[in-house]
Design a binder for this molecule. Structure first.
Ligand code: GBH
Length: 456
């Protein structure tokens, strides 16, 4: 394989999320989140796993930061747990919750690692859910207050802020098909959640800017939507529909201003959009400094005018759209491995929504452990191949002119993989959940090399 160099100043790092790694669910005044409730509800998460202990990162953060430094990470993306900061989601701030992120930030800076904060990675305070969660406008207002509280504590040391992680998942999986917390199944609620999440982002950007924040953005999980048959008009229509409900419903209000007409019409079939107020458009479209992109796999669809489509997590696609079963090499999640999808996606975003720098805030793969012997380093050549392929794809996008600033691997550690619990492992570092022992896999050593050479 040819050697590839990345641009000078290209940022290399790793990402995690609070509920997936921290544990310490009842420590230091943390309130319950919708993921505590959901994971403790029988049948929702594989084998009844919860984030109660997870990787115990809350207590082991110093060792974990030392490991990041050993691997040469330049940046580390973590999320802040809202219910640690405001146990009830609104009202008094819990200083002990902020203390943890204060210690973490200082530990990172002490090792020369750039902290990238995500303010919301799915752990909504349960009290807010009891009042409607993301279907309530109040939640968006509360989010801005929470963002200000975190900024007030960390803003002097954290330079890069992102508001939400993957609002698509929060809305469609949380309120549409209910496979994620809070487990609601209601198309109207899903669309109302989309809007209130976007509004929360916009209000938080306003609040962060007012407080003096430097770099502010949001992380999406845009889909590379592909037709089963490139020559089929029905498939092209299916691509357009899914692209609207997955991508343009977020991109357009954030980066252009307002929802696309076809998306508005589709949503109106499920819910009267009284929750959209005139003033919201401007708030949501507040300029951002970076767009975080999470990419894992492409989405192949076929149009089914005969009404025989299986649909998916997208309200109103039942009957009309068939989501094709993944084919070819798959990860342990059953997701396709298609690096070219990343190049296509980055190019498409750069073309349709120019002027905003991009950062890959997540990319990675789950693969089962290869060895039962805990004394030999785990040889995860499948993960190395996945990462190598996707870095080549990212490099190709840069070569075609995409303004891509960096790459954060998902994930630093094996962790609580949401509805899959601990059975799916995304880490470049292995976690033995019985002993909490961390062991870098061969992918971690490979990544360390990539970073030190700034290339492949
Ligand atoms: C991210 O979600 C999350 O930010 C992170 O917390 C999580 O651990 C990580 O990825 C790994 O899952 O569902 O078969 O139709 C990614 C969620 C994955 C949702 C791909 C859409 C489409 C394939 N996305 N999925 S499928």
């Amino acid at each position: 394989m040819t050697e590839l160099r990345f641009p000078d100043n290209f940022l290399w790092g790793a990402a995690t999320a609070a509920y997936q790694i921290e544990g310490a669910a009842r420590d230091d005044g943390r309130g319950p989140s919708i993921w505590d409730t959901f994971s403790r509800t029988p049948g929702k998460v594989h084998a009844g796993h919860t984030g109660d202990v997870a990787c115990d990162h809350y207590h082991r953060y110093a060792d974990d930061v030392a490991l990041m430094a050993e691997l040469g990470l330049q940046a580390y993306r973590f999320s802040v747990s809202w219910p640690r900061i405001q146990p009830d989601g609104s009202g008094p701030v819990n200083p002990r919750g902020l203390d943890f992120y204060d210690r973490l930030t200082d530990a990172l800076l002490g090792r020369g690692i750039d902290p990238i904060v995500t303010l919301y990675h799915w752990d909504l305070p349960q009290t807010l859910q009891d009042r409607g969660g993301w279907t309530s406008r109040d939640t968006a207002e509360h989010f801005a207050t929470y963002a200000s509280a975190v900024y007030a504590r960390l803003g002097d040391r954290v330079g890069t802020w992102t508001t939400l992680n993957e609002p698509w998942c929060s809305a469609y999986l949380g309120y549409g098909n209910g496979v994620h917390a809070p487990g609601v199944q209601d198309p109207g609620a899903a669309f109302s959640a989309v809007h209130h999440l976007l509004l929360a982002h916009g209000l938080a950007v306003q609040a962060l800017r007012a407080a003096g924040a430097g770099r502010v953005g949001v992380t999406l999980n845009p889909a590379d939507v592909r037709p089963a048959d490139p020559n089929s008009a029905a498939d092209a229509a299916a691509v357009r529909l899914v692209d609207g409900l997955h991508n343009r419903i977020f991109f357009d209000p954030l980066l252009v201003g307002g929802y696309p007409d076809d998306v508005r019409e589709h949503v109106a079939r499920f819910v009267e959009p009284t929750f959209v107020r005139d003033e919201d458009e401007k708030i949501i479209a507040a300029p951002i400094d970076l767009l975080g992109i999470n990419y894992y796999a492409p989405t192949y669809v076929a149009g089914r005018p005969d009404g025989a489509g299986g649909g998916g997590a997208y309200p109103g696609t039942e009957g009309q759209v068939q989501f094709l079963a993944p084919v070819g090499p798959l990860t342990d999640m059953g997701w396709m491995i298609e690096p070219a999808g990343l190049t296509r996606l980055l190019e498409r975003i750069a073309t349709d929504y120019p002027a905003v720098p991009l950062l890959i805030t997540e990319n990675g793969a789950a693969f089962p452990d290869k060895t039962a012997d805990p004394t030999t380093p785990l040889q995860d050549s499948d993960r190395v191949a996945y990462l190598d392929g996707h870095l080549r794809a990212a490099h190709e996008a840069i070569a075609r002119g995409v303004d891509l600033r960096g790459y954060l691997v998902w994930s630093l550690l094996d962790n609580f993989e949401w509805a899959e619990g601990y059975r799916k492992r995304f880490g470049i570092v292995h976690v033995d959940y019985l002993t909490q022992r961390r062991t870098p896999k061969s992918s971690a050593r490979w990544y360390q090399e990539v970073i030190s050479r700034n290339g492949l």
